[in-house]
Ligand binder design. Structure first.
Ligand code: SF4
Ligand code: SF4
Length: 77
């Protein structure tokens, strides 16, 4: 099972991930992060199909995925 992890303080609130998710399970929150942006979070984790579109779409590498206990760091180079 996959788990989506969003680093709230890397997020700049662009909403690209929210629009990219085919399951529509990402949403913008009402709190702000340390940069002063509203940040994205996972609203319904159990409906995630593990497609990774959100991880690939985020321009700030704020989204990572954990699959069966293993973390996958996209574009972390
Ligand atoms: S992995 Fe796919 S289904 Fe899961 S939150 Fe990201 S975009 Fe949505
Ligand atoms: S794509 Fe990245 S920076 Fe944009 S809202 Fe989603 S997590 Fe935040």
């Amino acid at each position: 099972m996959s788990e989506i992890l969003i680093d709230r303080d890397l997020c700049k609130g662009c909403e690209l991930c929210v629009n990219a998710c085919p399951q529509r399970i990402l949403a913008m929150g009402k709190e702000i992060n340390t940069k002063g942006y509203f940040f994205a979070s996972v609203a319904e984790q159990k409906r995630c199909i593990g497609c990774r579109l959100c991880c690939i779409t985020c321009p700030d590498m704020a989204i990572q995925m954990k699959v069966s206990g293993t973390m996958y760091h996209y574009f972390a180079y």
